[in-house]
Design a protein around this ligand. Structure first.
Ligand code: PEP
Length: 252
């Protein structure tokens, strides 16, 4: 089995001072946990505060997006060199909120992915179908398109892929274990078709209404390499409990 990874996506929540507090509390609660890779991705403006609070701990931090150029006339964007300087380990790429609210195309996602990998940061490539696409039976078609386009210009597979069905994000409707397993297996097959045996090392995370109360069932599956967690990562107690339950189930 691959090592478990649990990553909190704080989205546009927390000011720098709130983020510092949340990170400090997480550090206290998660100290000593060695059975999973743990990370949080705060808003870019809160990364310095989080970096300070988590330095030297077992919790890494990352960003929610990154641009594909070293620097330049790209108002509102964030460079990978700035993220590296802030000690980031991870970068989320292609989150569905970026795709669906801000119109990021598969091509933009592909460019970001190239640059993130080249810079030595660890990408978390997000893919997933909308509710309408699911109802039309297009899940596999959508996953194939997103993966093929995102991976068009890279030689190595992304270290992490998050399967995040859009209908499950922030809705309280978590995917059933069978749906998660089918999607994760399919994603790995597509990655294997493109990258061969290297696909075996990719960690496929699930994201979408993951909570302390519902993580254990998914964590019992070999297809679950971890979670990308939105709402439940905004409270130190719920994120810590979710992590503890996932590890407990995995070690069971
Ligand atoms: C996310 O934003 O990546 C996510 C999975 O959100 P939530 O856990 O709130 O559904």
């Amino acid at each position: 089995m691959r090592r478990l990874a649990l990553v909190g996506n704080w989205k546009m929540h927390t000011t720098p001072s709130q983020a510092r507090e949340l990170a400090r509390e997480l550090r206290e609660r998660l100290e000593g946990i060695r059975d999973a890779d743990i990370a949080v991705c705060p808003p870019a403006t809160s990364i310095p505060a989080v970096a300070e609070a988590l330095a030297g701990s077992n919790i890494a931090w990352g960003a929610q997006n990154a641009h594909w150029a070293e620097a330049g006339a790209f108002t509102g964007e964030i460079s990978v060199s700035a993220l590296r300087e802030l000690g980031c380990t991870y970068v989320i790429v292609g989150h569905s909120e970026r795709r669906h609210i801000f119109g990021e195309s598969d091509e933009m996602v592909a460019k970001r992915l190239v640059w993130v990998i080249a810079s030595g940061l660890v990408p978390i490539l997000c893919v997933g179908e909308t509710e309408a696409e699911r109802e039309l039976g297009q899940t596999e078609k959508v996953l194939t398109r997103q993966l093929e386009r995102a991976c068009a210009d890279i030689e190595e597979p992304p270290a992490m892929v998050a399967y995040e069905p859009v209908w499950a994000i922030g809705t309280g409707k978590r995917a059933e274990i069978g749906d998660m397993e089918m999607a994760h297996r399919f994603i790995r097959e597509r990655l294997a078709a493109r990258f061969g045996s290297k696909a075996q090392g990719v960690r496929i995370l699930y994201g979408g209404s993951l909570k302390p109360a519902n993580v254990a069932e998914l964590a019992s599956s070999e297809e679950f390499d971890g979670g990308l967690v939105g709402g439940a990562s905004l409270s130190a107690s719920s994120f810590a409990e979710l992590i503890a339950r996932a590890i407990e189930r995995r070690n069971h």
